[in-house]
Structures are given as structure tokens and as C-alpha cells.
Design a protein around this ligand. Structure first.
Ligand SMILES: Cc1cc2nc3c(=O)[nH]c(=O)nc-3n(C[C@H](O)[C@H](O)[C@H](O)COP(=O)(O)O)c2cc1C
Length: 199
């Protein structure tokens, strides 16, 4: 029986049945450093299928997942490096290119936009839930993900390169994925600081 809260004890499934998901939620980290070999698209396609089971109001299914092949990967890296060179100088641009080419593989997630503000907002929330589904599944398969929202993701040239119409879709993230080389440490505030109990 669960600890009675407001006087009613309810039967829950044993905590052991939730251990795997609890561990995945807690152990998943954003990965910055990857092994060089890409993991292949098959596992990403599995993750995309599971991502789409995220909650979404009015069943809009607002997400799209762009699976990036080698040629587009090269173009994205060059586009981001050019942008960096223009904004921060040639040396930064070169470093950016090297860094991005060392990432094993990318995918990009968009969410539908252009309806009313409330729908766009709810769709964005749903797409973020889908991203978390995807990330957790990949994590459980030993694949790390990094979600990035650098300035390049808001540039028209980035949309053009991907063939995305910004009046219809917004880029939610430029994602890197692969086998983690280093898993960083992280911490979170204690529950007592974030849970607000009202009588
Ligand atoms: C919407 C969103 C955007 C993010 N953008 C970036 C980014 O541009 N660069 C970056 O290094 N990390 C980015 N992150 C990753 C966060 O830095 C990371 O989630 C945070 O440090 C907590 O680490 P953890 O994911 O390992 O728990 C982003 C995360 C989210 C949810």
C-alpha cells in the first residue's frame, strides 16, 4: 500500500517495476564528447517511433525528425562554421568546423508553427516531450544525445539548407548523437526546493 496522503491508501505497483525508468531518467546526461564512429540510423528510427508516443494536445503530432546523412552533415558543419567565422572571426570558424565534423552524427527536430499562439505553444511542449522520449530510449541503448540551440538554429540559411519553411516549422534543436566518450556529472535541486505542496 502507498503511504496515505490525504487519508486514502491506494495500491501501487511495486517500486521495483519502476526502477529501470527511474534509473534512465536520473542517469541520462547531455553528451559533449563522443566516440568517433556513428551508431547508424536504425536505432535512431526506433527512437523516433517511440518519440511519437509523447502526449500531444488534440493529436496534432507536431514534430518532425530530420535524420541527417553524411552529405548534409558536411553542409551543416560548414554552414555553422561560416556563421561562426562571420560573427566571431576566422579562427573560431575553423575550430567550429573541426568540432562539428568530429561529432559522429546529427538529427534535427522541428515543431509545427503558424497556427494560433496557444496551439503553437502546446505543440512546442509536446515536441519537447517527444525529444525526451527519444533521448531516454537512446540512452537505454547506450547512445548519448546533446540538444543544442545555438544561434545558427535560428538563421534563415540553416532553414534553407534543410529545406524547412520557417512559417510552418520551427527548429527545436540541432542534436548530436553517438556513443558517449565521457559522461558528465550533474546535480539537481532537492525535491524540497521544487515541490510546492498545497493543502
Ligand atoms: C532546450 C534545450 C536547449 C539546450 N541547448 C544547449 C546548447 O545550445 N548548448 C549546450 O551545450 N547544451 C544545451 N542544452 C543541454 C543542457 O545544457 C543540459 O541539458 C543541462 O546542462 C543539464 O545537463 P543534463 O542534460 O546532462 O542533465 C540544451 C538543453 C535544452 C533542454
Amino acid at each position: 500500500m502507498n503511504e496515505p496522503h490525504d487519508g486514502v491508501a491506494v495500491a501501487l505497483k511495486p517500486i521495483a517495476e519502476a526502477e529501470a525508468i527511474a534509473l534512465a531518467l536520473q542517469s541520462r546526461r547531455s553528451i559533449n564528447l563522443f566516440e568517433p564512429e556513428p551508431v547508424g540510423e536504425a536505432v535512431l528510427m526506433e527512437a523516433i517511433e517511440l518519440a511519437s508516443w509523447a502526449p500531444n494536445h488534440r493529436m496534432t503530432e507536431p514534430w518532425k525528425f530530420y535524420v541527417i546523412g553524411k552529405r548534409t552533415k558536411q553542409s551543416i558543419a560548414q554552414c555553422a562554421a561560416d556563421f561562426e567565422a562571420e560573427t566571431k572571426g576566422a579562427r573560431s570558424g575553423e575550430a567550429r568546423l573541426k568540432r562539428l565534423l568530429a561529432i559522429p552524427a546529427y538529427f534535427i527536430v522541428t515543431t509545427a508553427v503558424g497556427k494560433d499562439d496557444l496551439t503553437d505553444r502546446e505543440d512546442y511542449a509536446a515536441t519537447c516531450c517527444a525529444v525526451q522520449n527519444l533521448s531516454l530510449y537512446l540512452w537505454q541503448r547506450g547512445v548519448g544525445v546533446k540538444w543544442t540551440t545555438g544561434a545558427i538554429t535560428r538563421e534563415q540559411r540553416f532553414y534553407d539548407l534543410l529545406g524547412i519553411d520557417p512559417t510552418k516549422e520551427m527548429i527545436v534543436g540541432f542534436f548530436w548523437y553517438g556513443l558517449p566518450k565521457v559522461v558528465p556529472e550533474q546535480s539537481r535541486k532537492p525535491v524540497s526546493e521544487i515541490a510546492v505542496r498545497l493543502p
